[in-house]
Design a protein around this ligand. Structure first.
Ligand SMILES: *Cc1c(COP(=O)(O)O)cnc(C)c1O
Length: 229
């Protein structure tokens, strides 16, 4: 299937999921995850009008960013080591994997030095799977309180990854759980502005995530494909 065909099919499925759940299509943003594909394919993705690019390792993203950085908005979606912050801070507009205080402090320090504002998602491990990064849901409120004073890191929402399931329907409680957590946190008014964003849903489960309120879906294999090295 060509890239154009994949984009069209994904678009139809997003539109359907929005229709089923009474949501506005414009409230769901697509991040094209290019971690499996080459620089050429990433250029193609941008040429096809996809503007948000997701990468999970700086080592793999670097060549693409050097060539194409100014053409899109870049999202860091993978686990972020504190010692990599200096490299990514001025390149990725969004960090989806804020999961510990030490990382928040390092982001603040580096962003302040460059007079930048970073938008971040708290990564939460809703499923409780041991293999998943992210803080436990119970830790989110105190985390937000603790980082509230950081002026260069703005938490705009929550992110989670669901376990891989053969039936996407089985991921629904995870996505619903993230949305409920966001709503509970907003009721406590821990942030200057309410958390509006939910980064959830991948190739295997994005329609369920959209039905449960995703505002950002992170799509790799189904959208941009997968190239073997
Ligand atoms: C790889 C990755 C994705 C995209 O994965 P697909 O299943 O190929 O859509 C989304 N989010 C994160 C955090 C990833 O690492």
């Amino acid at each position: 299937m060509s890239l154009m065909e994949r984009i069209d099919q994904v678009e139809q499925r997003i539109t359907e999921a929005c229709r089923r759940s009474g949501r506005n299509r414009d409230d769901v943003h697509v991040i094209a995850v290019t971690k499996y594909v080459s620089l050429d394919m990433t250029a193609s993705v941008l040429e096809h009008g996809l503007h948000h690019i997701g990468e999970n390792r700086w080592q793999d993203a670097q060549a693409k960013w050097d060539a194409l950085g100014s053409q899109g908005d870049w999202h860091f979606i993978g686990h972020l080591q504190t010692n990599k912050v200096r490299e990514v801070i001025d390149k990725f507009r969004y960090i989806h994997s804020l999961d510990r205080i030490s990382l928040a402090r390092e982001l603040e320090k580096r962003a302040a030095a460059l007079n930048l504002q970073v938008s971040a998602f708290l990564q939460v491990n809703i499923s409780g799977e041991e293999s998943k990064y992210g803080m436990p849901p119970e830790a989110a409120a105190s985390f937000l309180k603790e980082i509230n004073s950081l002026s260069h890191v703005k938490v705009i929402g929550l992110m989670t990854m669901a376990p891989y399931e053969s039936s996407a329907e089985m991921t629904r409680p995870v996505f619903r759980g993230l949305r409920q957590l966001r709503d509970e946190l907003n009721e406590q008014a821990l942030t200057a502005e309410p958390l509006t964003e939910l980064s959830m849903g991948m190739s295997n489960d994005f329609e369920v995530a959209i039905e449960e309120g995703a505002t950002w879906v992170r799509l790799g294999s189904i959208l941009v494909g997968k190239e073997e090295d």
